[in-house]
Design a protein around this ligand. Structure first.
Ligand code: BG6
Length: 288
């Protein structure tokens, strides 16, 4: 295959939010530097794999609703200080562009980085290097690499919080979680799935125990394959009707067209040693 050069453009909206737009012969993608958040991934000939709320705030006042937020250095509520921002501070932090280049097969590689600042140290007392990588080809791979640059062991929880576009939530089947244990966050009960795939017919907020999961998100017209590495959990979330109505950045009927399937480390035992690196990864591709 002859590889054509890709194009990349960095633009700023009227609120000062910077967005990197990438176009190659394989895919189109858009990534905000706020949160290192990819909001569009459209392989050639396909519709966008990622759901993005039309009511999302793009003014820096709230995390962007949709695409793939990076929840870091904690997932959900902070265990000791529930007043701290839900899902950590990375979603609201401005990352710097570290590298941007094309591989021989046409895939575009983007790396964004964040390190501690006086503001992050006030929330979380560790110095760190956080690198979010995107490999944009017919497959999108998102990697989150944490390096502990502080002077003591660093506990983290985290998630690659992907919002997938689905044509109709009622037709969705998520395969690959058969027989896993899960915590139902709505009832706080732990249960075990049987040999059936997951279908969604009400609010769902579950943390499944998984490791290197291979999942298939099946819709009427396409199958998205999801490969994860180094996660201890897969989070499945859909707010359904009532919760959607309480979120001002989420359309009332948005729940019919999205499902979050998140590669996560939610167990409280992930401790990164001094100078150690830990990488969490999720890859997505259409397989039909
Ligand atoms: C999911 C959580 O990962 O994210 C849910 O399991 C949460 O409990 C959802 O409601 C959305 O969170 P937020 O902070 O983006 O509204």
């Amino acid at each position: 295959m002859e590889v054509n050069r890709f194009s990349a453009q960095l633009t700023e909206n009227s609120f000062g939010l910077s967005k990197l737009s990438i176009q190659s012969q394989l895919a189109t993608a858009e990534i905000y530097l706020q949160g290192a958040q990819i909001t569009k991934f459209q392989p050639k000939g396909e519709s966008d794999l990622l759901w993005l709320s039309p009511l999302s705030h793009f003014d820096g006042s709230k995390p962007i609703r949709g695409g793939i937020p990076i929840c870091w250095p904690w997932f959900g509520k902070h265990t000791e200080k529930p007043d701290l921002p839900q899902h950590g501070f990375a979603r609201m932090s401005e990352f710097r562009l570290k590298s941007l280049y094309q591989l021989d097969d046409g895939t575009v590689s983007v790396k964004l980085q964040l390190s501690e600042t006086p503001e992050t140290l006030a929330l979380w007392p560790y110095s760190f290097l956080l690198t979010v990588g995107f490999e944009i080809g017919t497959t999108l791979t998102v990697s989150v690499t944490t390096t502990n640059t502080s002077t003591r062991p660093m506990p983290i929880t985290q998630a690659i919080h992907s919002y997938f576009n689905v044509s109709n939530i009622n037709d969705v089947e998520l395969k690959g979680l058969e027989h896993t244990k899960f915590l139902d966050k709505l009832t706080q009960q732990t249960q075990q799935l049987n040999n059936q795939s997951v279908s969604i017919n009400g609010e769902v907020d579950r943390i499944h125990t998984t490791h290197n999961a291979r999942l298939q998100l099946q819709n009427k017209e396409r199958i998205i394959s999801i490969e994860q590495n180094n996660e201890d959990s897969t989070v499945v979330w859909n707010p359904w009707i009532e919760k959607s109505e309480t979120m001002n950045d989420f359309p009332d009927h948005g729940y019919t067209e999205m499902l979050c399937v998140e590669a996560a480390n939610t167990e409280q035992n992930k401790v990164i040693k001094l100078n150690e690196r830990y990488q969490l990864r999720q890859s997505l591709a259409v397989t039909h």
